[in-house]
Design a protein around this ligand. Structure first.
Ligand code: KG4
Ligand code: ZN
Length: 334
């Protein structure tokens, strides 16, 4: 069967075609980063308008590149939450209208569930149960994924998401949005040990996260510092070290709690090579198999929505919220 996947939850319009036999056939993406950069963050109303502009052309190129006549689409999967309401409404309306006109089924996909399942697209050996560590700009959570549609939330952030720690640190040092890639490239020139940031929730034996205290600490450090390019790089490097320590300690607690042997790490922050390599080292010492999506599936995309839609359909989990969108949509309710 052929599944069309539609993602419009934030600042990326993604449309993809996935074939249950042949795999991913097309994955079209338009990123709005340049538009939002001038405002230092995503402006919801502008994001919605861009989605309206891009859904149709991306659909056309996805169909063309996958050699799929519209009538050959068997299922339309779309992100119904969590995300920005106006943005979600664009994708939802587009997907449901298309499904209606083609007389094909449509299916609501939870964006977080799609991030967690994305690595399975490239690693068919990955099996449930596994631990899911989602690290993005909007979400930070540790999940025990038991089977499709059965997720236990082990911990989440008490304040900021990991991506926000990167974005806010970058912003205060005068770097453009999104901060993650900027911090990563700056950190390459950083000197180890120049700073020593506190590790949030270090001694707490749970899987929660907290990054707002770290943000305040970095702000104070920056205000007191000389504010040179070298200091920026040193702060960037220490931020990466702090994040890695924090993710590892949360993972350690989750492993003790669940005895899991596989971990899926997903979400935009997974694009960071330093974090990937550090967690891989941690995994090999702890006897864990660590799975990442490849970099183009780390940040938001339509492929993960099409793929999650296929898995949900195959598992007979045919949720369609029928036009309702959920700015918040807990995984336990999928
Ligand atoms: O998953 P995503 O595309 O969107 C959300 O659902 O949030 O994640 C975006 C986040 C941003 O905070 C961005 O700064 C971060 O991922 N990010 C990175 C890197 N690339 C993107 N963080 C650290 N290092 C990177 N290379
Ligand atoms: Zn995302």
């Amino acid at each position: 069967m052929r599944i069309l996947g539609i993602e419009t939850s934030c600042d990326e319009t993604g449309i993809a075609v996935y074939d249950s036999e042949k795999g991913l056939l097309a994955n079209e993406l338009f990123s709005q980063i340049k538009l939002h950069q001038q405002y230092g963050g995503v402006v919801p109303e502008l994001a919605s308008r861009e989605h309206i502009k891009w859904t149709n052309p991306l659909l056309e190129s996805a169909l063309q590149n996958s050699n799929t006549p519209l009538d050959d689409i068997d299922l339309i999967a779309y992100t119904a939450g969590p995300g920005l309401k106006g943005c979600l409404l664009v994708g939802t309306t587009f997907a449901r209208s298309l499904a209606y006109s083609l007389d094909k089924p449509s299916l609501s996909v939870n964006h977080i569930e799609a991030h967690l399942l994305a690595p399975m697209m490239e690693a068919p050996e990955l099996r449930f149960p596994f631990l899911g560590l989602l690290i993005s700009g909007g979400h930070t959570m540790m999940v025990h994924a038991k089977e499709i549609g059965n997720y236990e939330l082990l911990g989440t952030t008490l304040d900021d998401a990991v991506g926000e720690a990167f974005d806010k640190t970058a912003k205060l040092m005068g770097l453009p949005y999104p901060g993650g890639p900027e911090i990563e490239s700056l950190a390459k020139k950083g000197i180890v040990g120049k700073f020593d940031f506190p590790r949030p929730l270090k001694n707490k034996k749970n899987c929660d996260f907290s990054f707002s205290g770290l943000k305040t600490h970095i702000l104070q450090t920056w205000n007191k510092a000389e504010q040179t390019d070298q200091i920026k790089a040193d702060i960037a490097l220490e931020l990466q070290h702090t994040v890695v320590d924090c993710l590892q300690s949360r993972l350690q607690n989750a492993i003790e709690q669940t005895k899991a042997t596989s971990v899926v790490v997903s979400g935009g922050v997974t694009a960071n090579q330093f974090i990937r390599t550090s967690l891989e080292d941690f995994g090999s010492k702890a006897g864990l198999a660590i799975y990442y999506p490849s970099k183009n599936f780390c940040t938001d995309n339509g492929a993960m929505i099409a793929y999650a839609g296929y898995l949900k359909y195959a598992a007979n989990q045919l949720c369609d919220l029928e036009g309702e969108v959920r700015a918040r949509w807990p995984l336990s309710e999928t």
